[in-house]
Ligand binder design. Structure first.
Ligand SMILES: [Zn+2]
Length: 71
């Protein structure tokens, strides 16, 4: 009799995937399509590029989150 509970199931849940990033703007660059924001999470060091098309709309992430803490 086999039990599925005995199978080793790899759990790939890094801490960076569970916490809510606290993005902080490091630099901003006005472009013809809006303001490109380079943001970094102060907690885990992940980086992301956001694009804020209009001053009154929230920025939208245009790049994947880039882990900066090292793997
Ligand atoms: Zn983070």
């Amino acid at each position: 009799m086999t039990s599925p509970n005995t199978l080793p199931i790899p759990r790939l849940r890094p801490e960076t995937a569970t916490h809510e990033h606290g993005w902080r703007v490091e630099s901003r660059h006005p472009t013809s399509e809006g303001v490109v924001l380079y943001v970094r999470c102060a907690d885990c060091g992940s980086r992301r590029v956001d694009l804020q098309a209009h001053p009154h709309t929230p920025p939208v992430g245009v790049s994947a989150e880039l882990g900066g803490a090292g793997h």
